[in-house]
Design a protein around this ligand. Structure first.
Ligand code: DMJ
Length: 630
């Protein structure tokens, strides 16, 4: 049974910004299908045609052509999708094929199937697992030669070579299907599944938007090869996702889950419906920026109005982790629309923060969007601060390492964090404390555990002298977060763990002992695995998975639990959408080979939605690469 208190608490803490949002939670899932392709925009194509294996495509397409870009190709035929083998065939035709040399009216069939076998037929090209057969040449490929990314799947969908990892990965996939099936059965179209009451929640965070779990799950279903489920999800988006809702939504939550989820789905699949939807949604978010400083309000009315968030103890403030977690998605909105307005909005935030005085170099969590000044001096790398730091380093990486301002801000912020917040416990555990106007609070939230992965991915891009030190720091924080799990009887970690009054990575306070299916700890395991290949990270991930199965799996879906130290398990009745978007995706990637969504080509937004790195040549070619300096 879930108590009222618990239900209330769960809603309240379901996010990294607990005081700010009383809403939350959705869940979802979607089924998968396959893909692609040949969208009319160039963005997509570069994702599938990139690496050196692919050069045959480029050469082939160049032969006999004048390299004049043609008009966009439109998808006019049907896409066929076989689940299991992931096969797609799309009938394509040029909507306006210009003739150059021996170019014919561009028309033909492109078929792609996942395979690891070679085939040297003239009209086929193998791109590390994807066979592209081209019956008629498409001039678009020429246009895209400098705008290519590696395909997301690598050689074989990231299939691990060792049988144990493969088996574990299959288990994660089974969990995803189970979570999805139950969402579908009891809460279809709602934001999240409530597995005990067998219904859905309304997700007030989203201002009336529905289907949060569906949008959040699209890419997870897709990369796992759950084709039928992906198709269901896509159809729901196509027919039911409606932005004309008029309620008050969290700009942050809508951005990371809906904008991020739709962008990823588009970049992975090439389905135009996702682009259409995300562009429509992006426009609806712009009124939030109508403030004297351009620092957005936390809440936006999707029907066109915005106002300051007036609830909670932050009063009129805008929250660092909210307005600082827009950059990746908004830059991609500009990429997709060719409209610089989205990039301008987030660059303005960046500029404002860069020029503000910062206490000891730290970024406080709350800012007044009217005066543009800090409202208090609380600093946290967990709740209310977290993903701001994450988006600095990821902005740099997503810009193909050209966004030097983001890079400088990230490393300066990390230095301030190290100098002021990073601590060693009496028992030798490294943790990141919180800071309240100069006084340390020796606590670390589960949310802050993402920082192991973040510091890890940043390590190799800093100065060579700090590289090993930062990698060690990342490993130490990840170790501490693992300890917060290991020291509980359930082997799941609490919402907050402390290092005071004799506590060492434990949660003495009853109201801090819940676990709501959060991803941050397994997220850091995944990054640290990719960076070090130390097998302990896979073992730790497996421990977490077994604990999830044992304590959070019900007959009707997954649920968070109220007390990770309890011997009798009580459930919170919520399958959070981020469980499908993040927790299960990171576990799946942990047991996959590294070439499934390789980190040099893809950057995960804070809700684990992969966004492609924007190659520097690509944007220059299009003439509107953002100017990162200011
Ligand atoms: C997710 O929505 C995102 O990871 C966000 O950045 C923080 N909160 C949840 C997961 O805990």
């Amino acid at each position: 049974m879930i108590s009222k208190t618990l239900a209330g608490k769960t809603s309240f803490v379901g996010l990294r910004l607990p005081q700010t949002f009383l809403f939350l939670l959705f869940l979802g899932s979607l089924g998968f299908g396959a893909l692609f392709f040949l969208p009319e925009t160039s963005r997509l194509k570069r994702i599938f045609q990139h690496n050196s294996d692919n050069s045959a495509v480029i050469t082939d397409s160049m032969n006999g052509q004048s390299a004049q870009p043609s008009s966009p190709i439109g998808l006019i035929g049907a896409a066929r999708f076989d689940i299991g083998v992931l096969r797609i065939q799309s009938q394509l035709s040029s909507s306006n094929g210009k003739q150059t040399n021996n170019n014919k009216e561009s028309q033909g069939t492109i078929s792609m199937e996942h395979t690891s076998e070679g085939d040297a037929a003239d009209d086929k090209v193998h791109t590390r697992g994807v066979v592209v057969s081209i019956r008629a040449r498409s001039p678009v490929r020429v246009k895209l030669r400098n705008c290519m990314l590696k395909p997301p799947y690598g050689a074989n969908y990231g299939k691990p070579s060792d049988p144990e990892s493969l088996q574990r990965r299959e288990k994660v996939k089974e969990m995803m299907k189970f979570a999805w099936d139950n969402y579908k059965r009891y809460a279809w179209g709602e934001n999240e599944l409530r597995p005990l009451s067998k219904n859905g929640n309304d997700g007030r965070t989203f201002g009336g938007l529905r289907g949060a779990s569906i949008v959040d799950s699209l890419d997870t279903l897709y990369i796992m090869g759950l084709g039928e489920e992906y198709q269901e999800a896509k159809e729901w988006v196509e027919n039911n996702l409606n932005f004309n809702v008029g309620g008050e939504a969290s700009l942050f939550e809508v951005n990371i889950r809906y904008v991020g989820g739709l962008l990823s789905a588009y970049y992975l699949t090439g389905e135009e419906v996702f682009k259409r939807k995300v562009v429509e949604l992006g426009k609806n978010l712009l009124p939030a920026f109508n403030t004297p400083t351009g620092i957005p309000h936390g809440v936006v009315n999707l029907a066109g109005d915005s106002r300051r968030w007036s609830g909670g103890d932050l009063g009129r403030s805008s929250v660092l982790a909210e307005f600082g977690t827009l950059h990746l998605e908004f830059v991609h909105l500009s990429e997709l629309t060719n409209d610089p307005i989205y990039t301008e909005k987030v660059m303005n935030i960046r500029k404002h923060l860069n020029q503000l005085d910062k206490p000891r170099g730290l970024y406080p969590n709350a800012l007044n969007p009217v005066s543009g000044n800090w409202e208090q001096h609380y600093v946290s790398i967990g709740a209310l601060g977290d993903s701001f730091y994450e988006y600095l380093i990821k902005s740099y990486l997503m810009s193909d390492r050209t966004d030097e301002v983001a890079k400088r801000m990230y490393y300066a912020a990390l230095e301030a964090i190290e100098n002021n917040l990073v601590q060693r416990s009496p028992g030798g555990l490294i943790y990141v404390a919180e800071w309240r106007g100069g006084i340390l609070d020796h606590r670390m939230g589960h949310l802050a555990c993402f920082s192991g992965g973040m510091i890890g991915i940043g390590a190799e891009h800093g100065s060579p002298e700090t590289r090993q030190h930062q990698l060690d720091l990342a490993a130490n924080i990840t170790h501490t977060c693992h300890e917060s799990y290991r020291r509980t009887p359930t082997k799941l970690g609490p919402e907050v763990f402390r290092f005071d009054d004799g506590a060492e990575a434990t949660a003495p306070r009853v109201n801090e002992r819940h676990y709501i299916l959060r991803p941050e700890v397994v997220e850091s395991y995944m990054y640290m695995w990719r960076l070090t290949h130390d097998p302990k990270y896979r073992e730790w991930g497996w421990e977490a998975l077994e604990a999830l199965e044992q304590h959070c799996r019900l007959a009707t879906g997954f649920s968070g639990i109220i007390d990770v130290y309890g011997h009798i398990i009580q459930h919170d009745n919520l399958q959070q959408s981020f469980f499908l978007a993040e927790t299960l995706k990171y576990l799946y990637l942990l047991f996959s080979d590294d070439d499934l969504l390789p980190l040099k080509d893809w950057v995960f937004n804070t809700e684990a939605h992969p966004l492609p790195v924007i190659p520097r040549n690509c944007s220059q070619e299009r003439g509107h690469r953002p100017n990162w300096t200011h």
